[in-house]
Design a protein. Sequence first.
Length: 148
Amino acid sequence: MGDLVQWLRAQLDEDERIARAAMWCEDAAAWRAAASEYGTPTRPDGPRWYIEDSLEDGVIRTVDPQASDDEGVARHIAEHDPARVLREIDAKRQVIDLHAPGQMEYVDGDVCMACDVRGGEPFYPCKTLRLLALPYAARPGYREEWRP
């Protein structure tokens, strides 16, 4: 079962690689969705949505999905910008570190109650780690035995 942690760390490394590839510099990691006053050929009467980074450079000039709401798609993209993804990766790595074998004692006052419910040696990997892996279940290498 220790393979789950190794596999999960590899997924986080891949997410980090993808997020960093989407930025042209560290200062451009935060994105926002904005509506233009100009329409598009398919929606001449509606706003054109675009994504720009925190340096006001265009990341996506026109968000024009075929079967979805332009604004909804634009806001979703901006909400999941590289800056947020990198913060989430950092938080997940910290949770994994708190759950390393031998770290189940209090670490700076924090302990996972899911890991400590059996007393003594916790079941490893615990449900917390299995839940962290669940969003990646569609990726190669995920094992059904890890499913919480």
